[in-house]
Design a protein around this ligand. Structure first.
Ligand code: NAD
Length: 331
């Protein structure tokens, strides 16, 4: 079995590659060419945390395996990541474990890539101003993926912690090395989203993080944070402003995210109001953005097809490049 560290992964895949891979994985999912059972969630109530077990199989790619991912929001006070994860791939011919790889970086990469693919199909082509709500790990790859798809000139960043906003801006300026890209720390979410062309939300908030009345016509929103029925990062006022609400998986969002479950329970939104899955748009059976004024929203809770598709790409590349370390459990 091949063991792969975060550094190995970073040598094996880039964000533009991940966006293409995740786009195709969503299409495989939406056209019934992937087996993705709803993930199992185990609550760790005393830590307000959850561990998720996410199996998946994409026969066309030979990608079979499981991701174990834990979300411990209180880790923020320990200055360690909220999300930790391990991805295990099996050989689809024999079922034997083929690889185990660091999953935290992979999760951030594939989650950014999902928003990149959504941005490709749903954002205006001339989108130039991005608002980033939440300045954590996911928001870093959210921005990286936007820059792959659109010519973003200005980035407004808002986090409840001004210290984290500042750290985000410093890190991203250094990582991206784009002196022409202007970063502005926003003093409120309203200030960040007013006039923004693309809004990315990746917070651990249980309550809506910005009001619908500040969204400009033509804006696109990527909503990443909420993954339990109690968490509502996007308010119903935002949903009702959106002309197209697109999701990663109808089944998953309707069972996992308060962004949709809460408004549906209050009869302020209906599941029939969901336009479709991103995989249907990527596969060409539904249209993406159709005019300059549409407000579009992509809600993702995250699917194992993203992890399996990115994981198998990384494994193949690692074998080509001689990365990683073999480990024999039977030795
Ligand atoms: N959709 C997916 O596929 C997917 C994948 C990974 C993570 N997530 C979810 O995304 C969320 C963020 O993950 P992360 O790893 O970036 O966590 P993180 O802890 O690194 O960052 C979260 C940030 O949100 C900020 N925040 C909290 N409430 C806020 C509010 N009301 N307004 C502005 N900022 C606020 C926090 O201060 C923190 O900086 C989590 O809920 C996680 O479970 C979703």
């Amino acid at each position: 079995m091949l063991l792969l560290t975060k550094k190995d992964l970073q040598k094996a895949i880039t964000m533009p590659e991940a966006i293409d891979i995740v786009e195709k994985a969503f299409t495989a999912f939406s056209t019934g060419r992937a087996a993705v059972p709803i993930r199992t969630q185990v609550e760790v109530a005393e830590k307000e945390a959850v561990a998720l077990y996410m199996p998946g199989f994409i026969p066309d790619l030979g990608a079979l395996g499981v991701k174990i991912v834990s979300v411990f929001p209180q880790n923020i006070s320990l200055e360690i990541p909220t999300i930790s994860s391990l991805v295990v791939l099996n050989d689809p011919e024999t079922g034997q474990p083929a690889a185990a790889m660091e999953g935290g970086w992979l999760t951030a990469l594939r989650t950014g890539a999902a928003s990149g693919a959504a941005t490709r199909h749903l954002a205006r082509r001339d989108a130039a101003i991005a608002a980033i709500i939440g300045a954590g790990i996911q928001s870093r790859t959210q921005l990286e993926s936007l820059l792959c798809e659109r010519d973003i000139r200005e980035v407004r960043v808002y986090d409840v912690s001004p210290h984290r906003t500042r750290a985000y801006i410093e890190d991203m300026q250094e990582y991206l090395g784009k002196p022409g890209l202007a970063f502005t720390p926003a003093s409120s979410a309203v200030e960040a989203v007013a006039g923004a062309d693309i809004i990315c939300c990746a917070t651990t908030s249980k309550k809506p993080v910005f009001p619908g009345n500040k969204i400009k016509p033509g804006a696109h929103i990527n909503a990443v944070g909420s993954f339990t029925p109690e968490m509502q990062e996007i308010g119903e006022d935002v949903l009702s402003k959106a002309d197209k609400v697109v999701v990663d998986s109808l089944e998953a969002v309707l069972s996992e995210t308060g962004d949709l479950i809460i408004p549906i329970k209050k009869s302020l939104f209906r599941k029939e109001d969901i336009y479709g899955e991103l995989g249907e748009i990527g596969g060409g059976t539904k249209k993406g953005r159709e005019n300059e004024a549409e407000i579009t929203l992509f809600k993702t809770v995250g699917l194992s097809v993203q992890d399996m598709a990115v994981g198998i790409h990384v494994l193949k590349k690692a074998r080509e490049l001689g990365l990683g370390r073999e480990f024999d459990f039977h030795a």
